[in-house]
Design a protein. Structure first.
Length: 253
């Protein structure tokens, strides 16, 4: 199996059959975990990507605890219901994933997927407790559309912490978790992970440019945001990452 030609897309495909929608969403989720694994993320058991079930909208799919991201398959995914209970699939979950993702899904019913892990640049930048400045093209995607979670709870022990994260996120596409890492959301798995990839790139520029960086004006950022902040930018970023990090998509199932 090979990847189709890249085409701009604004949304997840529509399916009349919920079962088909579920299989599509689970496949994209398994591929997303492989992308994270391709970057070396999640190698220490940190991080998670969730995808809301298209039929049981109060539940979402996660990778089972202990499964390597770089080898994720559809069979590694479990459906997590209210209270963090696994209601379909085999395996346990990282309960921190439920504590963070559950409240975000509850607060944002239009969100299909939530992505969070600890990365080489996102986590160091989050340690500065500082919002993104408009110092690169990718940053303009998040102009007036990201937040900072200014809280010392780096080990989210229950959904109270997740609710505070959801409140900080608000209606934006991403939040910087202080001393912790990046979190992004989207109406599809592709979108959520695409925004995450772009947030990591912005974090890298901040870390490497340091005090020498010069931001563009709000006016220039607002103009760029019309295109760079469009969902198609996130979708495209994810497609390129798939090609680069997951050479054989057929192994997912």
């Amino acid at each position: 199996m090979s990847y189709p030609l890249l085409r701009r897309s604004d949304a997840e495909p529509e399916f009349d059959d919920p079962a088909e929608a579920r299989e599509h969403r689970k496949r994209r989720l398994a591929l997303a975990y492989r992308v994270f694994g391709g970057f070396g993320w999640g190698a220490l058991g940190d991080g998670h990507i969730s995808a809301r079930d298209p039929e049981r909208t109060d539940a979402f799919w996660l990778i089972r605890y202990g499964a390597p991201f770089s080898q994720a398959t559809i069979e590694d995914l479990v459906l997590v219901g209210p209270g963090g209970q696994v209601i379909e699939g085999e395996g346990d979950i990282n309960m921190t994933a439920y504590s963070i993702h559950g409240p975000v899904h509850d607060a944002r019913p239009e969100v299909t997927a939530v992505a969070h892990t600890h990365t080489q640049y996102g986590t160091p930048w989050c340690a500065t407790n500082t919002a993104f400045s408009m110092i690169c093209q990718e940053a303009t995607a998040f102009f007036e559309d990201h937040a900072v979670f200014d809280d010392e709870e780096v080990q989210v022990l229950n959904t109270d912490g997740g609710k505070r994260i959801a409140a900080a996120l608000g209606e934006t596409k991403g939040v910087l978790l202080r001393n912790h890492g990046l979190l992004s959301v989207g109406a599809s798995v592709d979108e959520a992970v695409g925004w995450f990839l772009m947030m990591e790139r912005v974090s890298e520029v901040h870390i490497k440019a340091g005090d020498r960086a010069v931001a563009i004006s709000d006016e220039a950022a607002r103009i760029a945001n019309v295109e760079i902040g469009h969902v198609s930018s996130a979708w495209t970023a994810f497609q390129y990452a798939l090609r680069a990090k997951v050479p054989d998509p057929s192994v997912v199932g």
